[in-house]
Design a protein around this ligand. Structure first.
Ligand code: ROI
Length: 169
């Protein structure tokens, strides 16, 4: 256990069997030092935001408690992305795995490496719907409750997909 800060991680993939990427990423989150996974959302499919000549995405969110600093957590997430063979071919293009710190407690962070709350959190339904499942009442620093942000996007571009987080590979 850890007397940690509650953080929310956005997960996304549209390459190399996205469902397997999300399962492997959640497993890896369970292995983070000084951290406990508290829950994970449903999985949603959506058309790409950005260039449209790339596959649809699967997105989800996870909630954890961690004793890691925001920057140590960021580096650990980047290591998971690398371990899963992340490729990113172009700006706003397809990727094997994206792990973003959406929220780190109630902290606002903005430096060369990290911006929290995550940039675009309020406009992206593929972030807000998973997040709202885990924490509808949560206050996003500077922006208000997740439920209000979710209500302001229409969600029509999202399809919740049947998903077994524990399926054998
Ligand atoms: N589009 C969707 N639908 N889901 C994502 O996770 C996602 N991630 C990105 C960009 C390329 C902006 N588009 C996305 O980084």
């Amino acid at each position: 256990m850890n007397g940690g800060i509650v953080v929310y991680i956005g997960m996304g993939s549209n390459l190399d069997r996205p469902a397997d990427q999300l399962r492997a990423a959640l497993q890896a989150l369970h292995g983070l030092p000084d951290s406990t996974v508290l829950g994970q959302s449903s999985v949603y499919r959506s058309a790409p935001m950005g260039p449209s000549d790339q596959p649809d995405y699967l997105n989800a969110a996870a909630m954890l408690s961690t004793g890691l600093s925001a920057h140590d957590l960021l580096h650990a997430l980047q290591a998971i992305e690398r371990d899963q063979g992340r490729v990113r071919r172009r700006h706003w293009g397809e990727r094997t795995l994206d792990l973003d710190i959406l929220l780190y407690g109630e902290q606002q962070i903005d430096d060369a490496e990290l911006t929290v709350p995550h940039v675009g959190i309020a406009e992206r339904e593929f972030v807000l719907y998973p997040l709202a499942e885990l924490a509808p009442d949560l206050q996003v620093p500077g922006l208000g409750p997740v439920r209000d942000l979710q209500a302001a996007v229409d969600g029509k571009g999202l399809v919740r997909v049947p998903f077994d987080w524990k399926e054998e590979r």
